[in-house]
Write a protein that binds this ligand. Sequence first.
Ligand code: PAF
Length: 279
Amino acid sequence: MRVFRKISELRQFISEQRFLNKSIGFVPTMGALHSGHSELLRVARNQSDIVVCSIFVNPTQFNNQEDLINYPRTTDRDIELLKAVECDALFLPEADEIYKEETRLKFNFGWLESTMEGLHRPGHFNGVAVVVSKLFHIVNPDFAYFGQKDLQQLAIIKQLVKDLSFPVSIISVPTVRESSGLAKSSRNERLSIEGKNIAAHINKSLAQLESQLLSGISFDEYKSESINYLKDKGIEVEYLELVDSETMKAVSNKLNDNSVALCIAAVVEGIRLIDNRIF
Ligand code: PAF
């Protein structure tokens, strides 16, 4: 696997591959790779000639400095995982390679970001949209792979690609879970074993809520029961919403064939986790 730290060197590699008519699949990450990322890379490997992964803990998408400082960084281990899944190239830039100077551009995704993560993490999606745009310009991929765990991010990136006519297909990949149902996340590394057991109740409660909704009970009737159930288990819910899974608009029930998503952000042992169930 080739490792590039400079934009110019990666661009040179990409243009050589383009000259050879190779398709490029891109998996952008912030490192601390786990089997959720392996799945993105596996799908990319099956679909593209050349697989490029980036590891960049993007400072501009953190609205909380402590969260940025504590974000797990496991580069040596990540490189081993990338080699094992036969990734061809890793882009591993320093912050000043990506942000030579402060970015002035501001994105506004309107109602797509006025709820859930957008509401609770001001500036987060602006930071994501800026860095993903930069990475798309650098890597120029045919396909880019994103996990469904970050469902609102996925909707924002699809909008970004449409609005700015990026010539890339966005491929969404289902969430990978522990056997307990806990969604794989780099943040899980910061939970104790006990914390992981507690956090498994997040997905359990979403599954219960899903079956209640499918049996006709309205979301509002059951929402506070779910929040209290999680509170009893030691989980503090930041938000719990039922939304249209494409538009992110709140809905009160699954009334037609449109797919909906139960989305949650919750805190366990001081670690903020997100998850969702699409049905
Ligand atoms: O989902 C992530 O890991 C990040 O938000 C992304 C897309 C790599 C942008 O920094």
